[in-house]
Design a protein. Sequence first.
Length: 194
Amino acid sequence: MTYNIRRIVVTIDRTWHDGGPQLAKPVRRGWAAAIVANPFAGSYVENLVPYMESLEPLAYQLTSELMDAMGLTAADVDSYGKGSIVGVQGEMEHAAIWHSPGGAGIRRAVGGGSAGVPGSMKIGAMGATLDLSLGNMDASNVRSHYDTMAITLSDAPRPDEIAFIVALSDGGRPHARLGSLITAAEARAKANRA
């Protein structure tokens, strides 16, 4: 199966401080979204698996474009996440289509990832906001990397569309100081990513 892309959006932010001292290097976070036609809008389709399996290249493409825009190499990526917003003529199962191929495409683009890729999904009208979770790519219990990005697309999703989203970061929260069972550096070493 193929997908009909209307639009791709890439957004990047850099944070030098979050109320604490200025960081020597900003934390870079970004997201990329593809707004595509929902081939199942307004109807019930029993077998969604072929469409789901066709989406991994899209996740890879979005992640690669995001890494290029952020100036990141695979070795720079510390956190990742994925999400989807399905328009109101769709259903939650259409948003859930993204979980498996989204994670697989992100992992292929960043060259690994031992931890699950956090995911968020919802049904929403144009301009809906998705709170997309981020987590450390090598271990899910790195507290400094529990994070969320608010994703809003002003003209999407239209009722018969789905917004498929990937997100990356090159660090955890600025000024993280809540302790952790494992640090990002320890998680990276354990995953054998130099």
